[in-house]
Design a protein around this ligand. Structure first.
Ligand SMILES: C[S@@+](CC[C@H](N)C(=O)[O-])C[C@H]1O[C@@H](n2cnc3c(N)ncnc32)[C@H](O)[C@@H]1O
Length: 237
């Protein structure tokens, strides 16, 4: 029974988590070329300018994008398939739900979150990607030695995020005045042109800290949710 409306889109086609069964090894969705090609994740990629440029420039890395806005996402996938990109997996759905139910831990070399919606209203705060209640869902994506890369133009929210991250045991944080040369998200490019102040930071776990990956989970899976069907019922007897 489909309990997850989330869709998976790759160079090979579209499917839903429910259709795909579970668990699905990440290597099956995006074959690693070269072997062991690292993963990066971008959450809330919007029009996907940054994600597209990175995928195109670095075919030896794999990129997993999550976006809730279907129109942006469909346009991004159409364009990426048209130019023959192979190194992407895009998930259409709510990032917090996907992080909580469907994504593996410890597989991403970098997690990018740029200009996330700040959700000011008290009743909306639970939707924030980086909040005391949700920060672990994001950080657990990081592979050992991996880093979180974050930017926002909502300075107050940026300071709050720094405070939240400072409370995570073993996490190191570095503020960055300017990113090195390279692709920029749509919002970043716009705000830099306007001269708007931006809080940028990187965070990573000190050696030995962070979320460990079970050795058997080495290749990572998505949709690690089991649907209880006949087979499981038989095993329960
Ligand atoms: C302000 S835009 C920034 C887009 C892009 N990162 C940039 O810098 O140009 C925030 C994006 O996050 C997406 N978003 C917001 N909440 C989300 C969620 N829960 N799951 C996935 N995407 C989300 C929105 O649809 C939007 O595209």
């Amino acid at each position: 029974m489909p309990i997850q409306p989330a869709r998976l889109l790759t160079a090979a086609g579209d499917s839903t988590l429910a259709q795909s069964g579970a668990p699905i090894p990440l290597d099956r969705l995006v074959p690693p070329a070269p072997a062991g090609a690292p993963w990066e994740v971008e959450i809330g990629f919007g029009k996907g300018r940054y994600l597209f440029e990175r995928c195109r420039a670095e075919p030896g890395r794999r990129f997993l994008g999550i976006e809730i806005a279907g129109q942006y996402l469909r346009e991004w996938v159409r364009r990426s398939r048209k130019v023959g990109l192979k190194n992407f997996l895009v998930l259409h759905g709510d990032a917090l739900a996907l992080l909580a139910t469907s994504l593996p831990t410890g597989f991403a070399e970098v997690v990018h979150i740029y200009f996330p919606d700040p959700w000011w209203k008290t009743r909306h705060k639970k939707r924030r990607l980086l909040d005391p209640e949700t920060v672990d869902l994001v950080l657990r994506l990081l592979a050992p030695g991996g880093k979180l890369s974050f930017a926002t133009d909502f300075l107050e929210y940026g300071e709050k995020v720094i405070k939240i991250l400072s409370g995570v045991p073993g996490l190191q944080i570095r503020r960055i005045a300017e990113w090195p040369e390279g692709p920029r998200t749509h919002y970043e490019a716009k705000f830099v042109t306007e001269g708007r102040p931006i809080v940028r930071l990187e965070a990573w776990f000190a050696e030995g800290a962070g979320v460990g990956l079970h050795p058997l989970g080495e290749r990572g899976v998505v949709a690690a949710v089991r649907y209880f069907g006949r087979e499981e019922e038989e095993h329960d007897e």
